[in-house]
Every structure is written in structure tokens, then in C-alpha cells.
Design a protein around this ligand. Structure first.
Ligand code: AMP
Ligand code: MG
Length: 397
């Protein structure tokens, strides 16, 4: 049996990132992967500006007298260009307004007293403050987003803040999904005897969507060599990567292995992982191929552990298999196993772990209930309270 990390390394070695790029307006670039460094053509903020609504002074105009009055010589709403501050006067200023030349101090309006067109600071001489200096956020020429970064909402905001209107990104990855199994029917249809609903199709479509990948849904594939060959061949025409579920064992009704061997090359591993069954990886023609197990819980876990990092690398991202953080186990494992186990757990708001009572790989509801996977390494005994690594879903998708 192959350890998880060995299999992942072997798979990742073969992943070739997409090289084609396109230029997109910022508004359409969310989730995409940046293809070239973006630097700032400006300082942000572009000028010293006020952090408060209040009055702006020059501290050297203070004559030392506590109650010195200053004439208000101009009003500077945000978005306007200020005049130089006339010596000995103050100006009305608002949050974000530019500090006029010759001024160096904003006093918040709550600390000022006004009368007619005059202002004074009863608290005494103000100190130099409440000014957000030019370039404090970003300096002109600084790299704000790096190639290979995913464009998160924060990154989009940052790019907008430096005036970048469009960005070069890698083209979107297209991944075909095939659900093998004569027993599968679609939600909305009526179940006949012997049939079950196709859940993997929707599970994978959602996981791919979360990654910003375009799913090419090829639906259900009958358990025959002909149908399998046909579906796989078709997938190579449309997709960068092919994912299938089920039919990957070596039973009479499992046709993935034979079909992939005919059309390309296959590596089939018995993975030292629970839940999980054989995982197939290879290529159909030149298109990379993953044969995930049919069991939906196994599909979920093997997708996250193997397909996801591979797809990340193809997208132009740094592939990541998060290591998680250690926390006390809510469960025990008295018998050592040769398989690394991924236990569906919930980490509550207080940071305490709870495990789903049914860890059977047929229980998809455990994955929906959970918000994290606790990792029990191979050959390890766990008592309640022992530290185990926990990978939260939000680190996985
Ligand atoms: P297989 O590897 O094809 O023998 O499938 C293993 C188990 O997963 C069987 O119980 C299948 O019925 C089930 N299974 C396979 N594909 C799906 C699917 N798309 N949705 C739900 N269950 C599935
Ligand atoms: Mg099957």
C-alpha cells in the first residue's frame, strides 16, 4: 500500500501548469490566478490626508497662549485640492481630505471650539497627529500582488486601490467529471429497485466550483467497456483533466482500468488511507486522469488529498496540502492501522473537537456535518485527549 505523501509527490511531479493567459477587467478576475507581478504606479494614499473630521493647523503658528483663536481660512471637503494654509489660520477639514501645504496637525472637531469664523483648541497646543502620511499603505513601485497568487476579494480591492484596471491571469482550467455506475440515477428521478442517486456528480461540481475551475459535466457512464471508452475519449477533447468516480476496482463491473490502459497509461494504487479505496491516476491520451473511488465519502477525501493539490498546480498556484493544527482528540483508536485515517470531526467555536459517531465510508452525512478532518497517522494508537492534527475545511476549499 502506498502512503499518502508518496502518492501525492508522484502525482504532483507530473502536473504541468497551464501557460495560456488572458487579460481580464478586475471585476471579472475574482478567484483567478495572477500570471504576472502587479506593481503600484502610485503612492497610496497619494498625499498626506486627514484621519478625522476637524480642523487643520500648523503647530508653529501657536504662540503658546492657551486660548489662541485661529481664523478659518478655507474649507477642504474630501475630493478637493486644498490651497496652501495661510500662516496663522486654520482650515476646516474632513476624513480623507488632503492636508494643505504648510499644515501639520489635525485636531478632531470634538476637541475644538468654534465661534463665528474662528476656531480654538481649549485643550491647549495640539501635537502633530491625526495625519495619514502619503504612501503609508503602499509605496509607488511596490509589488502588490505576485504571480501565482489567487485573486481574493482583498487582492482585488488592493489592485483597485493602486488604479490597476485589468490583470493578466491564467486561463480557467476545465475539468471533466464522469460518474460511472449502472445503479446511478439523477435527483428528481424516481428510484427503481437497485438504484441510488448520483451524489458524486454534485459533490465534485461543487468542489471544482470552489476552486474556480470550470466543470465539464459528462454525466453518468454505463458500466460497459464501450461506454467507458467513449466517455473518456470525449472528455479528452474538452477537458484539461478528467475525473471519474467509481468503477476503479478490479471487479467485473469495473471498466475504468481497462479503458484507461487502452487509451493511455494507468497507475493504480492501493492507498494506505481510510476512507479510500484504490486510486487510479494516469493519462487518457495526453490528458491527466484521476479515477476516484465510487463511495462518496472516499471521493470527497481523495479529491481533497490528491486531485485538489494537483489541480492547484495546474492552475498556476502553489499546491497545498495543509498540515492542520494539533488539538486534543475527542475519540480513541485502540487498534493500530496500516492506513492513515481521516476522521470527520466538528471543531466548535470554543476550539473543541467532536467526532461524527458514524465514520463508515458509506455515510456521506458525516462529511456534511463535519467542518474538519482529523488525521490519525498509520501505525498510531490514539487515546482521548492525545494531540492529533486537524485540517479545517476552510483550509481545504
Ligand atoms: P464502485 O467503485 O463503482 O464499485 O462504487 C463503490 C460504491 O460507491 C458503490 O456502493 C456505488 O454504488 C457507490 N457509488 C459509485 N458512484 C457513486 C455516485 N456517483 N454517487 C453515489 N454513490 C456512488
Ligand atoms: Mg460501480
Amino acid at each position: 500500500m502506498k502512503p499518502v505523501q508518496d502518492a501525492l509527490n508522484a502525482i504532483l511531479d507530473t502536473a504541468k501548469p497551464v501557460s495560456a493567459t488572458e487579460t481580464l477587467p478586475l471585476m471579472q478576475a475574482h478567484q483567478r490566478v495572477l500570471a504576472a507581478a502587479q506593481t503600484s504606479p502610485v503612492d497610496v494614499p497619494p498625499a498626506d490626508n486627514s484621519a478625522m473630521d476637524g480642523y487643520v493647523f500648523c503647530t508653529s503658528d501657536y504662540n503658546g497662549e492657551q486660548q489662541q483663536w485661529f481664523e478659518i481660512s478655507q474649507r477642504i471637503p474630501a475630493g478637493t485640492a486644498p490651497q496652501r494654509l495661510e500662516p496663522g489660520t486654520a482650515a476646516r477639514i474632513f476624513t480623507g481630505s488632503e492636508i494643505p501645504e504648510g499644515a501639520n496637525c489635525v485636531v478632531m472637531q470634538e476637541h475644538c471650539e468654534t465661534e463665528d469664523n474662528r476656531v480654538r483648541v481649549p485643550g491647549g497646543k495640539p501635537v502633530n497627529n491625526n495625519i495619514r502620511p502619503r504612501g503609508q499603505d503602499i509605496r509607488q513601485g511596490a509589488e502588490v500582488v505576485s504571480p501565482g497568487d489567487r485573486l481574493t476579494p482583498q487582492a482585488l480591492g488592493l489592485l483597485a486601490s493602486v488604479g490597476v484596471a485589468e490583470v493578466p491571469v491564467y486561463r480557467r482550467l476545465k475539468v471533466a467529471i464522469l460518474s460511472t455506475g449502472d445503479e446511478l440515477v439523477e435527483p428528481g428521478e424516481t428510484l427503481a429497485k437497485g438504484q441510488i442517486y448520483n451524489s458524486n456528480r454534485y459533490l465534485l461540481a461543487g468542489l471544482l466550483d470552489k476552486m474556480g475551475i470550470q466543470a465539464i459535466d459528462l454525466g453518468r457512464v454505463e458500466d460497459t467497456p464501450e461506454a467507458t471508452l467513449k466517455a473518456l475519449s470525449r472528455a479528452t477533447l474538452e477537458a484539461d483533466v478528467i475525473l471519474s468516480t467509481g468503477g476503479v476496482s478490479v471487479g467485473e463491473e469495473d471498466h475504468i482500468k481497462g479503458a484507461v490502459e487502452k487509451l493511455g497509461e494507468l497507475q493504480l494504487w492501493r492507498m494506505a488511507i481510510k476512507p479510500g479505496k484504490p486510486l487510479a491516476f494516469g493519462r487518457v491520451g495526453d490528458t491527466p486522469f484521476f479515477g476516484l473511488p465510487g463511495n462518496p465519502v472516499s471521493t470527497f477525501v481523495t479529491f481533497l488529498l490528491f486531485a485538489r493539490p494537483y489541480l492547484q498546480k495546474m492552475q498556476g498556484l502553489e499546491p497545498r496540502l495543509p498540515q492542520g493544527i494539533e488539538m486534543p482528540a475527542s475519540f480513541e483508536r485502540r487498534k493500530k492501522s496500516i492506513r492513515q485515517e481521516y476522521v470527520r470531526v466538528q471543531v466548535d467555536d470554543a476550539g473543541k473537537m467532536h467526532h461524527h459517531p458514524n465514520q463508515s465510508s458509506g455515510v456521506l452525512s458525516s462529511t456534511a456535518w463535519a467542518n474538519a478532518l482529523a488525521v490519525v497517522p498509520a501505525d498510531t494508537e490514539i487515546s482521548e485527549g492525545d494531540p492529533v492534527r486537524v485540517i479545517r475545511y476552510d483550509q481545504l476549499f
